[in-house]
Each structure stands twice: as C-alpha cells, then as structure tokens.
Design a protein around this ligand. Sequence first.
Ligand SMILES: [Zn+2]
Length: 326
Amino acid sequence: MASPVEALLRDQLTERRERLESAASSVPDDEQVRRLLREVDAALARVDEGTFGICESCHETIEADRLIADPLMEYCLDHLTKPQRQALEADLDLAARVLRGLLPPPSQSFPGYEVARHYEGAGPVSGDYCDAVSGDGGSLYFAIGDVSGKGVTASMLMAHLHATLRALVPLNLPLDQLVTRASSLFCESALPSHFATLVLGRAGRSGEVEICNAGHVPPLVARGREVARIASTGIPIGMFCDARFSVTRLRLSPGDTVLLYTDGVNEARSASGEEYGIDRLSGLLAGKSAHKTPDLIAACLRDLETFRSGAPKEDDLTLMAVRRVD
Ligand SMILES: [Zn+2]
C-alpha cells in the first residue's frame, strides 16, 4: 500500500485509540470498548511490524478500499468468515440503495428540455455519476462523471461529488468557476490518488448551452444528421487543487440533443475484443436527435447489446440525453 495512505490510517488508528481510552475511563467495565481497544492496539502493532494490510490467512494484500473503510480488517475478501461475508453483503446492499437514491429520475421534464438517463454499475456499487437539476431563472444543470477507481471508495467519492455540485448550483456562479470550486473541494477531501472526470452543462430557456468538460469522454451534440463532439477542455477535477477550467458555448434548436455517457459505453468490447467506440455511438445518434430521450437511450442500449453479443460487462455504464423541446 502507498505510504501516504498508511500514514493516514495510522493517524486514524491513533485517534480512535484516544477516543476509546477516554470512553474506557468513563465506562471502565464496558466489554465492547475493551475489545475495540485490543483490536486497535493489534492494528497499530501490525503497522509497527510492517504487516499491516496483509491477510492473516493467505498473506496477500488486503484490498485498499476496504482498509480505508475499516483499518481493523485482518482478512482479504477471499478469506472472510461466513458471518463476515454476510455482513459485508448486507452493507453493500444498503450502500447500493443509498447510491440509487442519489440518482435523478430515469426521465424528467424541465422548462424547454427533456432529460433521460440510464445507470448501470458493473458491481453492486459504482463510481459513475449523473444528475440533472433546475438552477436559477429556469436554467437546467446536467452533469455526468466518472470517479477514478472502483467499488466502495469510488462510490463514496461519487456521493461526495453529488453533494458538492448540488450545494454549488444554487450559488449561480459562472460555470468555469463552479467547476473550479468543485475541483478544489474534491481535491481537499479525497485521497491524493483519486480524481473524477466530469461534464457539467447549463442550458438556458432559449437554447443557449454552456458545457465544461473536465477530462471526460466527449459529449455528442446532435442536430439532425450532424453530430459534433465537445472535446475535453481540461484535466479531471480533484487532480490538482488549483486547476482551472474553461467552457464551450453552443446553441440548441428544438429537436437538438446532447448525449452524455461514461467510458463504459465507448470502451465496451464485443466477444471478439473489438471496442464499441465513439464513432459508432455518433453514427447511431445521427438522424435520431429528435427522438424522445427515453427512446434514444433505449436505442443506444439495444445497439450496445447487439455489439457485445453476450460478452461480459466490465465497467459501470451511464448514459444521459438532454433534448431541447421548444
Ligand atoms: Zn486472504
């Protein structure tokens, strides 16, 4: 494990020890407090001996995201006892439900726009992110993102990103400043190794749209048979605390659509190992821009399914379509 993470966990363990000691002084006979103290001491001893984060059974490394969630872990996922495994599954199930609660409805109407999304994690919890909310003066904010890494840590950071953007939207900041602030907040609170790609858009009542693409796969803008890409204008958020971001401006006419997706779509592979690719997605979108957004998303998913022809899904997969309706 990287040493900054180990240092962080040692600080966490030391802090826990102090809290437990003060709890033990007020309830000296509490068996639970005494047991936790023994476990924390044992974990600190493992840090000193250099065996911290090593599975007691197979001596392989314990999964880093599990250690971050609970530094008292002594076994890797392969060597959990049955009750431990059941407790973990119940926890994951709850986490997945919490995450689903953070998603916008599958289809929504806003003044002048219609939005639909599809969200599908490769595992029980996912680091993909999408949202669509009303802003000041009837504008629509739409966002899609992908947090680096997988599993529980990525999903916690996804929830963090969700809360950050929901809190920043009502401030009605210029879009580049909004993303700059989101990036520095993400940078301050996430682990140094974690970042997120993000597309944040703001669509006004009369079709004026601003999009900031921070290191994400390019959103597609479809006008009739013509499909354009909004290239990334910056690095992912949270990678450097003082990063700055820029904005692309465009105008949508009624019937024009912006399609956002995560790399689980364009990097999907067929049974023969071929990549789906952005060109195929663009081709599919051409001529379908005026379709209702739920129909458009369904068409994308059908084409992906056909392309994959039974090959397993390897990544989280999110699609969101924003169409101007009048
Ligand atoms: Zn093991």
